[in-house]
Structures are given as C-alpha cells and as structure tokens.
Design a protein around this ligand. Sequence first.
Ligand code: F0G
Length: 481
Amino acid sequence: MSEIRFFSGERIPLELHKVRVVQKLNLVPVERRVEAMREAGCNTFLLKNKDIYLDMLTDSGVNAMSDRQMAAMMVADDSYAGSATFTRLTDKLTELFGTEYFLPAHQGRAAENIIAMTYVKPGSIIPMNYHFTTTKAHITRLGGTVEELVSDEGVRIESSDPFKGNFDLERLEDLLKKEHGRIPFMRIEAGTNLIGGQPLSLSNIEEASDIAHRYGVLTVLDASLLQDNLYFIKTREEAARDLSLREITRRIADKMDIIYFSGRKLGFARGGGISIHDEEIYLKMRELVPMFEGFLTYGGMSVREMEAMAVGLEETMDMDVISQGPLFIECMTNELIAKGVPVVTPPGGLGCHLDATRFIPHVRQEEYPAGSLAAAVYIAGGIRGMERGTISEQREADGSEHLAAVELLRLALPRRVFTLSQVKYAVDRIAWLYGNRDLIGGLRFIEEPSSLRFFFGRLEPVSPWMERIEKAFRRDFGDSL
Ligand code: F0G
C-alpha cells in the first residue's frame, strides 16, 4: 500500500495488491438487522455471519493471505515429529529475531499460558505498558498482579502523541527499584491492543528493556501487533527513518529475552509461539508444550498454517504489505473526524476506535454505552464491531460493576480484506448514526455469565430504541439496504 495524491490534491491509500479470491457477502435489510440483534442478545459476538455485511469484530485469524502463502501451504510437511515445515518456520524466526529457539503454540494465549506457568507465582508483579484480556487472565489465575505503566497520554482518547503506547519510564524505574524481587519479567506489548492499537517508539522499547535488565528482570515482548508497530516506528520516529524494517525488528528483538506472538495477527495466518535466545530459558518452558499444545515441532498448529506463517513473517518485512492496515485505519479515522464523529486519535493499528462516551453521552455507563453503540452500528449498516468498555470488564468480588476507564467501539480492519468503498460505506452509516445519536439508548443484562460475560452474555435494550433507529433509517434511506 502506498499513499498517493490525486491531481485534485486528495490523498488516498492505494492498494499494491489485487484480489484473486472473493467471498460473497450479504447485506440484509434494516428490519432483519434489528431482528438479528435481538436474537444475538444485543451482543455482537453472538451474531451469525450470514447477517453481517462488514465483519469488523477483529483482525485475528481473518487477514487475507497472499498467493505465496497459499502456495507454501501446499508444500507443508505433515509429520508429527521433525517436520521440515517446523524447521522452515524456526529458520525464518531466527533470521528475523536472531533467536535460536522456538516453541510452537496453538495461538497467542497459549504462549501466554506457558510463559505465565513458568514464571508467575502468587505475589508476582508483572509490569507492562498495558494489559490484554488473555494476558491478564493467565497472570491473575496464578496469583500474580499486573501493573500498567503506560504514559498518561496512552489513555487520553484524543492526543497528538505519535507513541501513546510508550512506557512511563520513571514509574517503571520506581517500581523496579522497590519491587524487583517480586518481578520475574516485564511485558512489552508492541503495539497495544486495548488502548486503540497505539505503538511504542523504538527508543522507548530500548530504554524500558535496559531499565529491566539493570534490575535483573527478564524482558518479554508480545509481538502480536508488531507489524503495525514497525510501520509506525518507520514513519513516525525520526531516528529510525533510515533503518530498514529488518534492522528495526532486530534492534527490538536484541533487547528481549522472550518474544511471543499470536500468529493469527503477526504472520497473517493462525497459530502462535515463543522465540527465545537463551537455552536455559527455552528448557524451562519446553516441557509444557507437549503437555498442553502438541509435540515440539507443531505445538497444536496445522503445518499448513505454519508454512503460511513463515512466508507471512517474511512479507512483514515489506512496507507495501504492512502499511495497508494503518493507512486504511488513518483514512477511516480522518473521514470520521471530518464528519464530527468522536474517535481515538491519533489513528493507530488494528482498527478504528469510536469513543462511545462522547458519541452517546446521554447513555449512563451502567447501561453500557460501548455495547449500545455496537448494537446501533450493526443496525445502521450491518457492520459488526467489538465492545471495548464496561461489558468487557468483570464485576468486583462484591458483585458491583467495574466501570471501564474508556468506552470504545473497536472497528477492526483485517489486513487486505476490505476495499476503500466498503470503508467509505462504514463511514457514511456511522456518520448518519451520529446525526441520529439521540435515538440510541442503553442496555441491561438478561443473562450474565460470571466470567467472560462479553463473549456469552445476553442483553436487551432498556427501551424500544432499536426500532426507533430502524424507523429513522427507512425515513432517510427509503428502500435502500
Ligand atoms: N496479545 C495481543 C496483543 C492480542 O491482540 C491477542 C489477541 C493476544 C495476545 C492473544 O492471541 O487470540 O491468538 O490467543 N487478540 C485478539 C483480538 C483476540 O481480537 O484483538 P490469540
């Protein structure tokens, strides 16, 4: 992808690939969308794909593959032990990260499980710039706690800071000084997920790692969203402008003791694993792989996916490939800003994030504004996003609601999947909804599981507001879908 300028002056992201396999989509009428949302208990996780036009739930495992990845899948070596595919994947990781050892796992959270089971004990503290849901769950399950040290800008919805994912290095140093005895490792999430796909700078990653090592603390990189972070370092960090993507990757990897990733994101396939420099660390974690994942040369992954991942990792070193996501997200975010819609700025990786708190300030946080907005955006356009607000939190031990720091609706842009006209369609329907935002009301639970309620919970509107949106849609769009 490259950003080009039209003769009129308009700048647009231009695809440097062509589409060769397509999947038919349905755009069902607004009446059906209201019905489908009711059937799904107002939870976008429970919608059926046949009712969805643009699936912006996640970028996980749904990125488009290249022709070279598909071709590589055909030569996968399907053997339980000693597979040549495993050797090819390990060699690619060695080439890019300089790591000697690789432990395969079926996806990112499985890698987190292995690392946490090896290092986290009751009373452990794990510092990180920001948590991810599955990461935190594994650490707290084992009696550890997470200490978030992202810079103040990180949780500000509107900002001009190009690296909102950066550590607050002073707070990191203070914590390590006091508690290093209880800190088995620190975790660096580059780029971040829950604060809007925001990156860290190369210099912040290097300084944070140096601080950790000064106190004898291991450094762990969550590289699931590294491809976006590499793009932002290359385009936003003056000191990295003349470095190649390979050089930036190596500079980061050299500072890490452990690098793990979700291959559903990094490498445009499905799977995951852990890359390690040091033999002792590798041996410490090794036996958990055959016990929980699969033998050491596949770790629960299909060899076809591993083969595709090896090629996908190589393609991650190509700016034309990794710029597609961030440039589409920037385009969508800027068009929404131009129409007055409140969004997270600056645009990051992963997706475009709507700020539900300002979109529908009349919906109280106890009635789940981000969840309500997710339901409303689906009704307005058949677009499925993911609630990233209070519904995604867990209740306190006493049963009271834990109100989230931010109420966001994440609209993920899986890589190379959507076209610019689809992005423009999404912008139009969201802007229309913003003009009719007074119609949107809140939600309440009718079935609330005690854990992971955002996956399975069912809710209902507190008033007939979904039908009101349907009526307004018909008034303004006539017979159109
Ligand atoms: N780390 C980060 C930063 C992630 O974004 C994810 C997954 C994981 C770890 C876990 O990896 O899904 O392969 O087990 N994020 C997905 C998402 C679920 O939709 O953002 P996984």
